[in-house]
Design a protein around this ligand. Structure first.
Ligand code: ATP
Ligand code: MG
Length: 401
């Protein structure tokens, strides 16, 4: 058994020692049964968030109003959610057997798909009242209970179905699929941030072509702002044959497709963070530079290392131009400096070399010329050498540095 299971087991045992019920649930059980890597471990318990906070030393209150806290244990995060139940039973500290079965079953019945509605105890025993295991075996996504009711109750589930198809390569059970088409327009009532979150996962799925096929077939494309307004963007998305890693990559691709649909438009309509918009702008700049000059040290120097993989994926989709991560990493490794701060000179040095000259924009221009020369290996990052070079040119840097 993996370490996530061992640590999760400890959390469940601790909750039980304190008189509560607790199970592994949700995506963790699904991925465990599929032998798939999981990113978070979901635990459902009869303990209230405040009670979980009393029991464990490190608890982050991420969504107390939904009954969810994160328990940190040995460097890992566990999402611990109180059984979703409104009945007065949930106030009893020591529910009897019948009642807790009732509670966990009720909790599972509120979950979206049968494959996400299986509970597992700390010994690996499964409680599967909606036959999620059979659906996992048949690679089928089916809502818990009546799809039309469940999609009306929370239309985000429609997007979730498409993203699970993209992640798992499963198909959607016909009734559920029919209801996806019918209730897709209700997505207008869901916050754009939650929709984009699911869409990003859809774009990143291993089976993205299948996910997108369903996305278009069920007409979800016409429910999402920006996408719904542009046939070009829809075509671009439809043509994706490999997963994207992050929404910033989609923004970059769309910029090159139709620059009237700027990054700002997505940013505003999708309520994206400034950070994500900035990253997309950096990818656009790097791509333009690449198209003109190819891969070189100056380009890699200006691109944050955290965007390397995004950059490679963008180029791959745009030009079918495959560059390897290794070649980028090798250039990065050989960079003489990683940032301007590492230059052996600064503005004060420059000013002191031209005591008769007033401070002004020339200092910034020289700094950039020096930075460029050092990065591409034309000048050593050595104060004495740089000073000689600068003085040989005077206060105006060469234009073709
Ligand atoms: P991931 O691998 O992306 O974490 P997940 O299935 O765990 O997938 P989460 O968003 O972490 O998805 O949600 C955890 C669990 O909560 C789900 O497996 C499901 O049981 C339940 N759930 C999440 N969102 C909904 C929803 N909109 N309606 C009903 N149940 C939901
Ligand atoms: Mg999860």
């Amino acid at each position: 058994m993996n370490t996530g299971f061992q640590k999760g087991k400890k959390i469940i045992e601790t909750l039980k020692d304190n008189g509560y019920e607790a199970y592994f649930v949700g995506g963790y059980v699904r991925d465990f049964l599929l032998k798939r890597k999981t990113n978070d471990i979901d635990i459902a318990t009869s303990a209230k968030p405040e009670q979980v906070q009393e029991i464990f030393p490190k608890v982050i209150p991420v969504g107390i109003e939904h009954g969810t806290v994160i328990v940190r244990m040995q460097g890992e995060s566990f999402e611990v959610t109180t059984f979703r139940e409104e009945s007065s039973y949930s106030d009893f500290r020591h529910p009897d057997q019948v009642q807790f079965v009732h509670e966990i079953e009720k909790d599972l019945s509120r979950r979206d798909f049968t494959m996400n509605a299986i509970a597992m105890d700390e010994t690996g025993n499964l409680f599967d009242p909606f036959n999620g295991q059979a659906d996992l075996t048949n690679q089928q996504i089916r809502t818990v209970r009546e799809p039309s009711l469940r999609f009306q109750e929370d239309p985000l589930r429609i997007m979730r179905a498409a993203r699970f198809v993209s992640q798992l390569g499963f198909h959607v059970e016909p009734n559920s699929k029919k209801a996806m088409k019918e209730y897709g327009p209700l997505l207008a009532n869901i916050s754009i941030e939650r929709i984009v979150q699911e869409f990003e996962k859809l774009l990143a799925g291993r089976f993205v072509e299948r996910g997108l096929q369903l996305f278009f077939e069920t007409r979800l494309a016409s429910q999402i702002p920006v996408i719904q307004e542009s046939g070009n963007i829809q075509d671009r998305i439809r043509a994706l044959s490999k997963p994207l890693g992050h929404i910033r990559e989609l923004l970059t691709l769309c910029h090159f497709l139709d620059d009237t649909i700027g990054i700002r438009v997505f940013g505003q309509k999708w309520k994206l963070s400034r950070h994500t918009q900035r990253e997309a702008e950096q990818l656009v700049t790097a791509t333009y530079y690449f198209q003109e000059h190819g891969l070189d040290a100056w380009m890699i120097y200006q691109l944050p290392a955290s965007l390397d993989e995004s950059f490679i994926r963008v180029l791959d989709v745009l030009n079918n131009h495959t560059i390897s991560l290794d070649s980028v990493l090798e250039i990065r490794r050989q960079l003489p400096i990683k940032e301007r701060k590492q230059l052996s000179i600064n503005g004060t040095d420059l000013a002191s070399w031209f005591p008769q000259k007033q401070k002004g924009p020339w200092i910034g221009m020289w700094t950039e010329a020096i930075e460029h020369a050092v990065v591409i290996g034309k000048q050593r990052n050595d104060k004495k050498k740089i000073k000689e070079w600068v003085l040989s040119h005077g206060e105006h840097p060469p234009t073709n540095y």
